[in-house]
Write a protein that binds this ligand. Structure first.
Ligand code: ATP
Ligand code: MN
Ligand code: MN
Length: 335
């Protein structure tokens, strides 16, 4: 499930911003963003670009230079970040539908490639990136989580469920697997070669993940977030590296373990899981209230000061519901 960074949407609502006469706030699904007054009306079709979009340097996007110019490696572009304007949070960008080069389009259509929009990614340090052994194994799902703002149509159907709430940690995704006698190590998108320097392999050796998975006697994958020195600026001020697991996946049945079974498995094997904040959580009535709940101090904050957590990951026990709620405070602080 790749992110749809730019897609065709309907503008759900437009409202004034108190004290502002040049700008107003648009609602698109669960997203709010500031737009120029009178550029769009509710019900208009438009192209919505999500935060983290990296737009090409072309004349049509020059208006973004002042707020968003950034290099990604050698490539110049405009990176969309969360902003606050006149006290109003603004996430993403609306473009008139005529930026599309064709007249034929469908609602929901992914138009990122057509507009040469890619995802902005910070450079990955060599020790984390490692050496590619192959693509991500086809027999394990990648560790994506959808943003609640893109699930607004389903929000009301989630209200009845009791949920597990875990803290979303800001590190790097790791997948370890044991399959038919073979042990494998993967980053977010690749399987990695066993080298002495690679951090994901080093931590696997330190925690004896290969031995622990083999002892389970089945084909299984564990997925977690690696945090610590050399990762994402080490916001939690850890020494060395640690892994906090969030998934166990049975490769033979192609099913995730339920949250209770997963937590028990991790504890029984002397490993750590991501911080659990609640096991019987019920969603508040509105998404705005949920977004406020996502803000708060990380449970991994170092002794010398609180750090804002990245957000929450919310799941039903059977995992059929699973999404992330990123803290807007975290996004505003992000550079
Ligand atoms: P994007 O920002 O484009 O959505 P990303 O790669 O940065 O992509 P994240 O925002 O980090 O993805 O969200 C999904 C990732 O969250 C997973 O890949 C996983 O590594 C990480 N993660 C951290 N903490 C948790 C948690 N408690 N439960 C599940 N996933 C978690
Ligand atoms: Mn992440
Ligand atoms: Mn992210």
């Amino acid at each position: 499930m790749e992110r749809k960074l730019a897609s065709v949407v309907v503008i759900d609502d437009i409202a004034p911003i108190p004290g502002a006469d040049m700008i107003e706030v648009a609602t698109v699904k669960g997203w709010k963003l500031v737009i120029k007054k009178n550029e769009f009306k509710p019900g208009d079709h438009a192209v919505y670009c999500e935060i983290d979009s990296f737009l090409p340097v072309i004349p049509a996007f020059e208006f973004l230079r002042k707020s968003s110019y950034r290099k990604m490696g050698e490539t110049e572009g405009f990176r969309l970040k969360t902003m606050k304007l006149r006290g109003q949070i603004s996430q993403g960008l609306l473009l008139p539908i005529n930026v599309l080069t064709t007249n034929a389009y469908e609602l929901g259509e992914d138009v990122a490639a057509q507009l040469q929009i890619v995802k902005y990614e910070a450079p990955i340090p060599a020790a984390l990136a490692g050496i590619m052994k192959g693509g991500f194994p086809s027999f394990i799902p990648k560790t994506d989580e959808e943003r609640i703002q893109n699930l607004s149509a389903f929000y009301d159907t989630y209200l009845a469920h009791a949920c597990f709430v875990t803290e979303k940690l800001d590190g790097s995704s790791v997948t370890y697997y044991h399959r038919n006698g073979e042990f494998g190590v993967c980053s977010r998108n690749l399987e990695l070669t066993d080298t002495p320097e690679n951090t994901l392999w080093k931590v696997a050796r330190k925690l004896d993940i290969a031995g622990k998975l083999a002892a389970l006697g089945k084909n299984i994958a564990l997925q977690g977030e690696m945090i610590g020195e050399g990762i994402q600026g080490n916001p939690y001020a850890q020494h060395g590296q640690a892994i906090y697991f969030f998934n166990a996946f049975n490769i033979d049945t192609q099913e995730y373990l339920s949250m209770p079974d997963f937590l028990a498995l991790i504890r029984d094997n002397g490993l750590q899981h991501v911080p659990v904040l609640d096991t019987t959580f019920q969603l508040p009535a509105t998404m705005d209230a949920l977004l406020s709940l996502a803000e708060g101090a990380s449970l991994l904050s170092p002794a010398h000061g609180k750090v804002e957590r990245e957000g929450l990951v919310i799941r039903s026990a059977d995992r059929r519901i699973s999404f992330k709620v990123i803290s807007n405070k975290f996004l505003l602080e992000e550079r």
